[in-house]
Design a protein around this ligand. Structure first.
Ligand code: F6P
Length: 363
């Protein structure tokens, strides 16, 4: 087994609450239990490409457990296999993996702990294929990483979104309105499903269950006629009508996943008002869902993930992603999850529960 003396740690992709808790757990466990040196790589894979990293001291990772964001910075636009380089006013797409391998070698990093979602794991998988030992730690507010039932950051995002829904509720009641609230989640409906159930939304729309606008309007009319003078719709940014497509807000060509979703709430408001004449408003929660201090549950999970990453690394693991399955920590090969997304099964127990308490999925 290769001797490990020095490791690198990076945070890649969109940020989320709990990243600092993992950095802290990884660094403290490495220094305390295994007498390793830890290099903090700045801005995810971008720092590896540009050789920006520094030795972390104990004090650098003290007092960061409860801090949102990431002290290392992150980027969701740096893919070493397809990196944008400007030449003569033109963008060229280059494979700069060799540059990354040189920087890992030059800094004598024996392994990398890559904290990120599916884009980061796809990047890590490429490095593993090129002989770099990477251990992955699963983060994302979307909770959509294949092979892992709970990513850190998700609990905090649900908490933040549910607080916003509680506020929407009171203004909806006062004005007798239909409030359509859009949450993030990309192509998976976990965030919308959990937020909607936690908030008592009347209608939850998720990408995995394409909606029928007439069915939605029927629910809203029925509620209105039955004396309920307001309604709350929780819509995932990736929701789409039956036979239709998602609403794309913009494309970020430098990103591993260039599509940025957004705008479905406004489309729904227009469609519902036209059909029902009910007074509707759209709210897009946006990046507020990725900010703030992690919940205690996320702090605990992030700390366990960080510890487990070091534990398996020192026991000889190579190219593994730390996961939680059946409530227990484990690991799966990074290559087996790279590029895959975990979706909500349409018969998920929480979908069935929501249906049982009268929530509509717009079908
Ligand atoms: O993956 C996390 C996430 O917040 C998604 O829910 C959302 O679709 C996307 O990132 C937004 O990306 P950006 O920060 O680049 O706008």
């Amino acid at each position: 087994m290769a001797t490990i003396k020095r490791i690198g740690v990076l945070t890649g992709g969109g940020d989320c609450p709990g990243l600092n808790a993992v950095i802290r757990a990884v660094t403290k466990t490495a220094m305390n239990e295994h007498k390793l040196e830890v290099y903090g790589v700045q801005d995810g894979f971008l720092g590896l490409i540009q050789n920006r990293m520094h030795l972390l001291q104990w004090n650098d990772v003290s007092n960061i457990l409860t801090q949102g964001g990431t002290i290392l910075g992150t980027s969701n636009q740096a893919n070493p296999q397809r990196f944008a380089i400007e030449r003569g006013g033109k963008t060229e797409w280059c494979n700069v993996t060799d540059r990354v391998l040189d920087h890992v070698r030059d800094n004598e990093l024996d392994a990398l702990v890559c904290i990120g979602g599916d884009g980061t794991m796809t990047g890590a998988s490429n490095l593993v294929e090129n002989g770099i030992n990477c251990i992955g730690v699963p983060k994302t507010i979307d909770n959509d990483l294949e092979g892992c039932e709970r990513t850190f950051g998700f609990d905090t995002a649900v908490h933040t979104a549910a607080e916003c829904f509680d506020k929407i509720h009171t203004t909806a009641m006062s004005h007798h309105r239909v409030m359509v609230v859009e949450v993030m989640g990309r192509n998976a409906g976990w965030l919308a499903l959990h937020t909607g159930v936690a908030s008592g939304a009347d209608i939850i729309l998720i990408p995995e269950i394409p909606y029928d606008i007439d069915a939605i309007c029927e629910v809203l009319r029925r509620r209105s006629k039955g004396g309920k003078r307001f309604s709350i719709v929780c819509v995932s940014e990736g929701a789409k009508p039956k036979g239709g497509d998602v609403v794309v807000q913009r494309r970020v060509e430098t990103s591993p996943d260039p599509v940025r979703l957004g705008g479905i709430a406004n489309k729904l408001v227009a469609d519902i008002e036209e059909r029902t004449k009910l007074d509707c408003r759209a709210t897009v929660l946006g990046h507020i869902q990725r900010g703030g201090s992690p919940t205690p549950a996320d702090r605990v999970l992030a700390t366990q993930f960080g510890y487990h990453a070091l534990d398996i690394l020192m026991k000889g693991a190579r190219g593994q992603l730390v996961v939680q399955q059946g409530g227990r920590l484990g690991e799966v090969p990074i290559q087996s999850v790279a590029g895959k997304q975990r979706k909500v099964p349409p018969d998920d127990p929480l979908v069935r529960t929501a249906l049982a308490v009268g929530t509509s999925f717009g079908v």
